[in-house]
Design a binder for this molecule. Structure first.
Ligand code: SF4
Length: 421
């Protein structure tokens, strides 16, 4: 079957391209060219009913929300509720990261519950009975099973190789590997004294991805898990490998995203994003954070949003939501809501300065400024990223004309009188 990327390459403007162009207010031909070059992806499995979205250059910064069970807490209804909550509050995609309970059922229920593209990490299922008993067939069979179910994008830690692990061993990290998929892969390679099958048999992985139209999200198994470990050789070695894998995927018509760190101090975020863009030929960059400090557990949605906004300003295309429960516990529904909203704020802050997007993004801020000038509260609530919260807080104000911050000393009201507006 011809893939979306190949159709774009042959000059075809498909309905997915038209749809993305219309949503983003961009010319369809421009979307086609960027998709053909791999600078933009439309994660859409051939048998998925998800609505197409564009991630990459000239596109609004997108956000992903992670949901999923753990071995300690495997309530399917709770995870479905979290997925719906994330979609309701503006997540552009959902990833099912379940590791506990009936993984097939959870995945299928989440796919049915939302209309946005859904991603997954198949190695979590392949390793369900333990890393020691997992075979390379289990890994590829899990990828195929997820693709058959309609998963739109799949994370594979194909850049975790024996050489990148050697590099890691010679580094001076405090937290060696914090990526779950990365740790699984390294444990498997060590146990079997073999190369990572997703790397050594990458062509087979590409065949499966081609067959189902699945986008590969090349995972960052070597991402730094603390500020001390940021920007070391292991991370950059993985970027180099991922760049090579992106090139091979493009040659086979398979769309790729590239995942990035992690925990990074603010002044190194631009370097990370630029290096990733350079080494991957401008592939869409998907960042997990980056968290700009390690010392704010309970507020890591904020540490990640600060990093996400800076990363977006430097060209990151896709931000993974972090919740207040990061590093502490499995998030609940309220954490998902808060994490989604905060990540949307980071994405929008980036869009205000992003080439090709800033004009569209700034129109919303201009509308808000006009509504504030006019003390038009219902308009302000309508434009707010979190209308419910804005409405709830304003309800504490007794004076419906202004708000209780300054009341009768409202400078906006005063200046309207002075300026006769
Ligand atoms: S009362 Fe103060 S805070 Fe409230 S709208 Fe007027 S100037 Fe703004």
């Amino acid at each position: 079957m011809t893939t979306l990327m190949e159709m774009a390459h042959s000059g075809l403007i498909t309905k997915e391209i038209k749809n993305v162009a219309a949503k983003e207010g961009v010319d369809a031909e421009e979307v086609r060219v960027l998709l053909a070059h791999g600078e933009l992806v439309i994660p859409k499995n051939n048998c998925s009913k998800s609505l197409p979205i564009g991630i990459g250059r000239r596109m609004r910064t997108k956000i992903n929300a992670n949901v999923g069970t753990s071995r300690d807490y495997a309530d399917i209804e709770a995870e479905v509720e979290k997925a719906k909550t994330a979609e309701k509050y503006g997540a552009d995609t959902i990833m099912d990261l379940s590791t506990g309970g009936d993984l097939d059922l959870i995945r299928r229920r989440i796919i049915d519950a939302v209309s946005v593209p859904v991603g997954s990490v198949p190695i979590y299922q392949a390793a369900y009975d333990g890393i020691e008993s997992m075979t390379s067939d289990d890994m590829f069979n899990a990828v195929r099973k997820h693709a058959e179910d309609g998963i739109d994008f799949i994370t594979v830690h194909a850049g975790v190789t024996r050489s990148s692990f050697q590099r890691l061993k010679s580094s001076e990290r405090i937290l060696d590997v914090v990526s779950r998929g990365g740790a699984f892969t390294i444990a498997w390679m060590e146990h079997n004294d073999s190369e990572n099958p997703f790397y050594s048999e990458y062509d087979y992985l590409l065949e499966i991805a081609r067959e189902y139209g699945v986008t590969l999200s090349l995972g960052d198994g070597m991402r730094p898990g603390c500020i001390n470990d940021a920007s070391d050789r292991a991370k950059f070695e993985e970027f180099i490998i991922l760049g090579e894998l992106v090139k091979r995927a493009r040659a086979k018509g398979v769309q790729t995203l590239v995942e990035g760190p992690g925990h990074v101090p603010i002044d190194e975020i631009g370097l990370s994003v630029s290096a990733m863009k350079h080494l991957t030929g401008n592939a869409p960059i998907y960042l997990l954070g980056p968290l700009v400090t390690d010392i704010a557990p309970g507020y890591d949605h904020i540490t990640a949003a600060i990093g996400g906004a800076v990363a977006g300003m430097h060209g990151a295309d896709f931000l993974c939501m972090t919740t207040p429960s990061e590093h502490l516990a499995l998030p609940n529904v309220e954490d998902i809501r808060e994490g989604t909203i905060v990540t949307r704020i980071a994405a929008h802050a980036a869009d205000l300065v992003k080439e090709g997007v800033r004009e569209r993004a700034r129109a919303a801020d201009r509308e808000m400024a006009l509504a504030r000038r006019d003390l038009n509260w219902s308009r302000q609530f309508g434009l707010a990223i979190d209308s419910e919260k804005a409405r709830e807080i304003h309800a504490r104000s007794k004076n419906v004309d202004t708000c209780s911050m300054c009341g009768e000393l409202c400078s906006i009201k005063m200046m309207r009188r002075v300026m006769k507006k």
